[in-house]
Design a binder for this molecule. Structure first.
Ligand SMILES: [Zn+2]
Length: 444
């Protein structure tokens, strides 16, 4: 394989700003008006608490999931659709927030991957359709859940529809899950099930609380999103921990690389949106369904709004001392949520179409003035290019990406690897990229 020597100072930032027309078309299908209507419908069920009445035809979680499953079935039933309906149904046992065994149903679609060599690889996106009032054990109180998490749920439908007729290389799951407010029990079951089925979840994202644009302090922001990811992985063996400490790669965990990927391709495909890579697993001492997947060893992140209003989360609607509480439809900013959804459509589209990533990347130099990286190209005929990412060792965001061509090593004169972080990705001719793979150390 051809080797390449590059002068890093000479290359422009992000040489690869090409957009794949296929992905642009997917992104363009995201419709703010339809997302508003979806959230309005979800709110109309009064409460979607996981332990609310499953049999009432108009109110409660049972009515909500029946409607949702119908929507997913309609998407899968469209002419030309490749999408297939997906259901994960089980009975959750008694727990801290579950007073009696309750049936939980995760519902959505799968878009089957087309590359037989990667048939078990998948991207999973979830939003949780359950909601909660002030008392998480009160099945009667109103819990509109417009933003938490009608916003994420509306995106599961929107993305299912946008990707329904597409032919990605790897399988895509768009799933509305329940049981989030009851302790992430729905997503935990889903993650365990996929693991048991041998599904290799390359990347998972939970969209949770992603549609309110006015913070509790009155500050408005409808052009920024936050992407949360863990640093040191939830699941790590001794050898992996040793390598992480040796490389100082706390900020280059698989989840963090996926977060940066969503930032890069999200901003590329959703014009006017800025995504912040937040250097923590979630908001402080809080959680969402990505944690269930991280717990099973999968690469998982959370997408959320920029400015939260806690008066509108986990609150029974009411006015108290002049303050209005409750997660109502009026504060769901559909154009903002659509902007976030387009970002995800762009990132999932690019990753879904991308070739297999480089294998076994290693730092082939140390204690030398020149930097050298090596890797093995995957046996994927769609690999057209290798992209080298770099950033200074005191920075979070990739500062440059270099198109190297179809090579399996690179030498960088006068680049001390101690002062930089690197990762390599493969790209196809359309510019879709694999997840960047940070280099490890060579076997000694
Ligand atoms: Zn939530």
């Amino acid at each position: 394989m051809r080797a390449l020597v590059i002068l890093l100072v000479a290359a422009p930032a992000f040489a690869q700003e090409r957009k794949d027309p296929r992905v642009e078309k997917i992104v363009a299908r995201v419709d703010a008006g339809r997302m508003h209507d979806t959230v309005a419908k979800l709110v109309s069920f009064g409460t979607r608490l996981t332990i609310s009445d499953p049999n009432d035809p108009v109110r409660g979680i049972g009515a909500a999931r029946k409607w949702l499953s119908g929507q997913f079935a309609a998407i899968a039933g469209q002419r030309g659709a490749r999408a297939k309906t997906f259901e994960d149904r089980f009975v959750a046992p008694v727990g801290r927030r579950i007073p009696a065994p309750v049936e939980i149903v995760n519902t959505g679609v799968i878009i089957p991957g087309t590359d037989p060599a990667r048939s078990k690889q998948a991207v999973v996106m979830t939003g949780h359709y359950d909601s909660m009032p002030s008392d998480v054990l009160d099945p009667k109180a109103d819990a509109p859940g417009a933003v938490d998490d009608g916003s994420g749920t509306s995106m599961t439908l929107e993305l299912a529809n946008a990707f329904a007729a597409e032919s990605p290389a790897i399988t895509l799951y768009f799933v509305a899950v329940a049981g989030e407010e009851q302790g992430l029990v729905g997503s935990q079951h889903l993650a365990e099930r996929l693991k048991a089925e041998g599904v290799d979840v390359l990347a998972m994202v939970s969209v949770d609380i992603a549609g309110n644009s006015e913070g509790q302090d009155g500050v408005r922001d409808s052009t920024t999103g936050r992407v949360f990811s863990e640093g040191g992985p939830d699941v790590e063996n001794e050898a992996q921990k040793k390598l992480r400490l040796a490389l100082g790669s706390d900020n280059d965990s698989p989840a963090r690389e996926w977060a940066r990927y969503v930032q890069r391709f999200g901003e590329l495909y959703s014009s006017g949106l800025r995504l912040r890579v937040m250097l923590r697993r979630d908001r402080i001492a809080r959680g969402s369904d990505h944690m269930s997947f991280a717990h099973e060893g999968f690469t998982a992140i959370r997408l959320s709004e920029a400015k939260e209003n806690y008066h509108r989360q986990h609150q029974t609607p009411r006015v108290e001392n002049g303050v209005q509480y409750g997660d109502d439809l009026a504060h769901f900013d559909a154009p903002y949520a659509a902007r976030l959804c387009r970002a995800l459509a762009g990132a999932i589209g690019s990753l879904g179409f991308a070739p297999a990533p480089p294998k076994y990347p290693v730092l082939a130099s140390s204690n030398t003035p020149d930097g050298k990286l090596k890797w093995t190209l995957p046996e994927d005929p769609r690999v057209a290019d290798v992209i080298l990412y770099r950033r200074p060792a005191d920075q979070v965001r990739w500062e440059k990406a270099f198109s190297l061509g179809k090579v399996s090593e690179v030498t960088m004169p006068s680049v001390n690897v101690d002062d930089w972080f690197f990762a390599v990705a493969t790209a196809d001719t359309a510019g879709d990229e694999s997840l960047p793979q940070p280099p490890g150390l060579p076997q000694r």
